[in-house]
Design a protein around this ligand. Structure first.
Ligand SMILES: *Cc1c(COP(=O)(O)O)cnc(C)c1O
Length: 368
């Protein structure tokens, strides 16, 4: 039987690949490759799509996090509160700007941090909260924003998995002082290479990021700060402009596939399905199920040619690289439990009904 990939690029919706090819050729023929009109068009379109004042394209999601943190003024000596359960880019960005990461537990249901868990980590040195909209679901932002306000903290969203996801009708990326997006190819909005963006409603932050991503120059050979090179090139911007027009249909397809899994896989007490909070519209970047029998389930699916993934198998605080932070086993029981029990099922636009049916049957067989 044909293997079912965890993720595969497919021409969904049909014809979108051809539209991307046309846009790429336009750039090739136009012979302008860096900081040109494609980037401007995409930045404007993405800001408008989100309902934000500005989007500034950068080289990747990690740089977007670093620049967003710098943009809101986070640096050495500051503490930043972030989830223990996230991709390492989030914590690395905090360390990159010289700040101290302070990890907090996610909620058991949504896998996102909440005001209640974040509040426990706030000290006199805390300068920012960095919520991650994990798996494609926005954190419950109202209480988090209130908490930040009460303690005069900045909020920087890691929206790398949540393009188009909403909380109380507003899109991920518009809640904080600044937010970071990744357009890594497999994200809900993906380029054909690396790309990212900082999104903000604060024009001064947008101007700072625009300057900083291009060596700190306000104009050619006029340096205001010592910046870096993290530009989003014209080819990727052209791809993103075209793919942005499909983002809602891509997300709707992800939601349709998720609804099939949620319907078909309910009722097994040994299997925990993803939970969507009442005010959220989940865009299922990742369809994460949980079971104590995770390794056996993954193995059995693998034997039937069904690929799965684990987000994330080893908690950051237990990785050698972060030992110096002083955390140890048992410090984050929810996070550690998620690492042991999480399994991501195949879910991507273009996954065929027969393929999903095979996944459903295989999972059901395992738990029966
Ligand atoms: C993908 C991702 C990033 C980093 O994005 P890159 O473009 O790969 O640098 C950051 N945070 C989260 C939560 C991500 O999923």
């Amino acid at each position: 039987m044909k293997p079912i990939p965890y993720f595969e690029f497919r021409d969904f919706p049909a014809g979108s690949e051809a539209a991307v090819q046309t846009a790429l050729m336009e750039v090739v023929v136009g012979r302008h490759y860096i900081l040109g009109k494609q980037l401007l068009i995409f930045e404007e379109a993405y800001a408008a799509y989100l309902g934000a004042a500005a989007a500034v394209g950068v080289g990747n999601g990690y740089d977007a996090l670093v620049l967003a943190l710098k943009g809101v003024g986070i640096g050495a000596g500051d503490e930043v509160v972030l989830p223990a359960h996230t991709f390492i880019a989030t914590i690395n960005a905090v360390l990159q700007v010289g700040a101290t990461p302070v990890l907090v537990e996610p909620d058991k249901g949504t896998c996102n941090i909440t005001a209640a868990t974040a509040a426990k980590a706030i000290t006199a040195k805390t300068k920012a909260i960095l919520p991650v909209h994990l798996y494609g679901q926005v954190c419950e932002m109202e209480p988090l924003l209130q908490l930040a306000k009460d303690h005069h903290l900045k909020v920087v969203e890691d929206a790398a998995q949540a393009h188009g996801a909403t909380y109380k009708e507003q899109k991920a990326g518009v809640f904080g002082h600044a937010s970071a997006f990744s357009f890594y190819p497999t994200k809900n909005l993906g380029a054909l290479g690396d790309a990212g963006a900082v999104v903000t409603n604060d024009v001064a932050i947008a101007d700072f990021v625009r300057m900083y991503r291009n060596y700190g120059e306000v104009r050619k050979y006029q340096s205001e700060v010592i910046g870096i090179n993290s530009r989003l090139d014209e080819l990727q911007a052209a791809v993103l402009r075209v793919k942005l027009s499909y983002l809602d249909s891509l997300n709707t397809e992800r939601q349709r596939l998720a609804a099939v899994y949620l319907q078909e896989l309910q009722g097994f007490d040994k299997l925990i399905l993803p939970v969507t909070a009442p005010d959220c519209n989940h865009v299922y970047h990742i369809f994460n199920v949980r079971t104590k029998h995770r390794d056996a389930l993954q193995q059995q699916l693998q034997e039937q040619g069904i690929q799965t993934a684990i987000h994330y198998p080893v908690s950051m605080h237990l990785q050698p690289a972060y030992r110096f932070l002083g955390y140890g086993a048992g410090d984050f029981p929810v996070t550690e439990e998620l690492a042991k029990t999480s399994l991501s099922l195949p879910l991507f636009p273009g996954l065929e009904p027969e393929e999903q049916e095979r996944v459903v049957k295989a999972v059901k067989r395992f738990f029966r």
